[in-house]
Design a protein around this ligand. Structure first.
Ligand code: RET
Length: 281
């Protein structure tokens, strides 16, 4: 019995543990570190830059600031979890047995995706009743998308990852399709220079949101579970997508709001002016 127990224990200890090369561990370490810096800097920028906007566009910047503040905190936790999960043994980083916590990322999305949706719908400049109905539907879809993605994310089985990933893609398509179409429709309601920026926003939304399911799929292509490349690729992919979807998106929204502020001010001059000469100014 003792021998059996000892063998079982040694088998548990000797269970295969993921090993990362120095470069693989370092790449993810660096990306997380850059993400913390970018989210923190984004926060300062959004707080300061809102002063340049007319008051009606400031709430969008407050939402951007909240998104990156929440993400900055989560990246800090993600970074620490990464450092706890691997230890340098000789020339390689070996899994310590403390699991890397993927829940921080999903908790982050649960909080930040609805905020980003509110921000995008605000840019659409829809009537309040249409906008609020749309936000609720999109938020519900986001909740289902993230909630069903998580079981696949933490599974070490390829089929499980693919099944949950497919389910999660259904609400994802609904969200991206709705936003894409609505942003397209809103173009007629925007001043010409804002139209160009709104087209870019639509492109950025498409590119950054599209990045997430691709990153999710990378471990399937590179090997789920004990594949070092899979672990590295998914973290790098999500982090880059997050920087684009949060800081990049918020910055573009700032430029849209700045353009609208300028447009409103010049329209204000025209409305108040009595002579054509003054309007030309
Ligand atoms: C998952 C699971 C696999 C299928 C799909 C996914 C989509 C995730 C997305 C996340 C977006 C996050 C954003 C965060 C910004 O703060 C959950 C990876 C489709 C689209 C925009």
């Amino acid at each position: 019995v003792l021998l059996g127990t000892a063998l079982a224990q040694s088998a548990a200890v000797e269970a295969p543990r993921l090993t990362l090369s120095y470069g693989q561990f370092g790449l993810v370490y660096q990306i997380f570190s850059i993400s913390i810096a970018t989210m923190g800097a984004g926060f300062i920028f959004f707080v300061l830059a809102q002063q340049n906007l007319s008051p009606k566009y400031r709430p969008a910047m407050v939402v951007s600031a909240l998104v990156v503040a929440v993400a900055c905190y989560h990246y800090f936790r993600i970074f620490n979890s990464w450092n706890e999960s691997y230890a340098l043994v000789g020339e390689v980083y070996r899994a310590t047995g403390i699991p890397f916590n993927d829940a921080y990322r999903y908790a982050d999305w649960i909080l930040t995706v609805p905020l980003l949706l509110v921000e995008t719908v605000a840019v659409l400049a829809l009537a309040t009743n249409i906008a609020s109905g749309m936000i609720w539907r999109l938020a519900l879809a986001a909740f289902v998308m993230i909630g069903t993605g998580y079981p696949g994310e933490i599974s070490s089985d390829t089929t499980t990852r693919l099944i949950w990933g497919t389910i999660s893609t259904i609400p994802f398509i609904y969200i991206v399709y709705t936003l894409f179409v609505e942003l397209g429709r809103s173009l007629d309601r925007q001043p010409p220079r804002v139209q160009v920026l709104t087209r870019n926003l639509r492109l950025l939304l498409f590119a950054s949101w599209g990045f997430y399911p691709i990153a999710y799929l990378l471990p399937v292509l590179l090997g789920v579970g004990l594949s070092a490349n899979g672990v590295v690729a998914v973290q790098v992919g999500y982090s880059l997508a997050d920087i684009l979807a949060k800081v990049g998106f918020g910055t573009l929204i700032y430029f849209i709001a700045l353009e609208k502020t300028a447009h409103d001010r010049s329209a204000g001059v025209a409305e108040n002016s009595t002579t054509p000469a003054a309007t030309e100014l």
